[in-house]
Write a protein that binds this ligand. Structure first.
Ligand SMILES: Nc1ncnc2c1ncn2[C@@H]1O[C@H](COP(=O)(O)OP(=O)(O)OP(=O)(O)O)[C@@H](O)[C@H]1O
Ligand SMILES: [Mg+2]
Length: 322
């Protein structure tokens, strides 16, 4: 594997729950709890998990759009959790985000040209002429044609709008792109086109991706490695093929059981997820998954398993393997 680009250690985000007339803090939502992982240069790390498990919170914390409660984020050997606003701006040039809903993330009153120029203005890149040239070039790169520059977001289809969102993220020539469910809002037929575009751009610009999704089917194709989150924690992390062919954590097995497999010869032990996702404001003691796990043992109810490397590059947090 190549060098690390981003190293996340013991990252936490606890959102306060307030109540009463004086808005006193009465509890916390543990959206992200002790998350540790590394992203290597040039790879795509997929992050999957059910709704509410902390994927978007993680993505936003990496850019410090949400301030972490605790933990460390090292980007290119620099700790970024304690950087000032000014210092952070330089880092943000190298890390950009693509959002799920391109319509909500694009200013409806600005032309595409203005939307794409803005990151360059913010970072003081180029003269007016040079910026304009870069905008027109980038529109071609994402397959939109520069004649679209004077149009507004509502004049595009969903797939085209996501291309604009991707173009905007690329304007500063970042090293890392955090894509938070970038194709979830699109028609299935358009999803493949946008995924292919992301793959082409990765090769062309030498990008590293963190690709967030709730659907294991979507991330498999694009990811080199995949991490599975449950209630704010990473429960399994492995090379994509390994994770799909020999998952270890009962939660991963259950998620995979829900992905339809077109091969009728393929026999899978089906493990269905029963029960609801517990509240992150009151996560179960011990292993957070024990309340829904078909392999639950006594120790699972009392002791939290840590993420451990059980085979080379294959990490699992489960007492069955410890
Ligand atoms: N600003 C906030 N204040 C309080 N709680 C929040 C806030 N943002 C997120 N949460 C809570 O944190 C948890 C994780 O939310 P997050 O959006 O990260 O989940 P997610 O994995 O991205 O889910 P989805 O797949 O639905 O996008 C949820 O329980 C959510 O309600
Ligand atoms: Mg989300």
């Amino acid at each position: 594997m190549t060098e690390p680009l981003l190293q996340v250690k013991d990252l936490k985000k606890y959102f306060p729950i307030t109540g009463g007339v004086f808005s006193k803090k009465i509890g916390e939502v543990k959206a992200v709890d002790d998350l540790t992982f590394t992203v290597y240069k040039g790879e795509t790390l997929g992050i999957v998990g059910e709704s509410g498990c902390g994927k978007s919170t993680t993505g936003r914390m990496l850019l410090r759009l949400i301030e972490p409660t605790e933990g460390s984020i090292v980007f290119e050997n620099q700790e970024i959790t304690n950087l000032s606003k000014q210092e952070l701006r330089k880092v943000r040039r190298d890390m950009q985000m693509v959002f799920q809903d391109p319509f909500a993330s694009l200013n409806p009153r600005h032309t595409v040209e203005k939307i794409l120029e803005e990151p360059l203005v913010v970072h003081g890149i180029g003269s007016k002429q040079e910026r304009k040239k870069k905008v027109y070039e980038m529109l071609e790169v994402v397959g939109l044609g520069s004649y679209h520059a004077k149009r507004y977001p509502h004049q595009f289809s969903g797939g085209q709008r996501q291309r604009i969102g991707i173009a905007r993220a690329l304007m500063t020539r970042p090293k890392l792109i955090i894509a938070d469910e970038p194709v979830s809002a699109l028609d299935v037929s358009i999803q493949a086109q946008v995924l292919n575009l992301l793959e082409d751009l990765q090769k062309e610009f030498g990008l590293t991706y963190i690709f967030i999704a709730h659907d294991l089917g979507v991330v498999r194709h694009i990811s080199d490695r995949v991490g599975v989150m449950y209630l704010g924690r990473m429960v399994e992390l492995a090379d994509s093929d390994v994770l799909y062919e020999s998952p270890k954590h009962p939660y991963t097995k259950a998620l995979l059981s829900a992905v339809p497999i077109p091969d009728p010869e393929y026999q899978q032990e089906r493990q269905l997820l029963t029960g609801d996702l517990p509240s992150p404001a009151n996560p179960p003691k011990g292993c957070a998954f024990h309340t829904r796990c078909s392999a639950c043992m006594d120790i699972c109810k009392t002791t939290r398993p840590t993420l451990q490397e059980v085979e080379k590059g294959h990490y699992v947090a489960c007492h069955l393997y410890q």
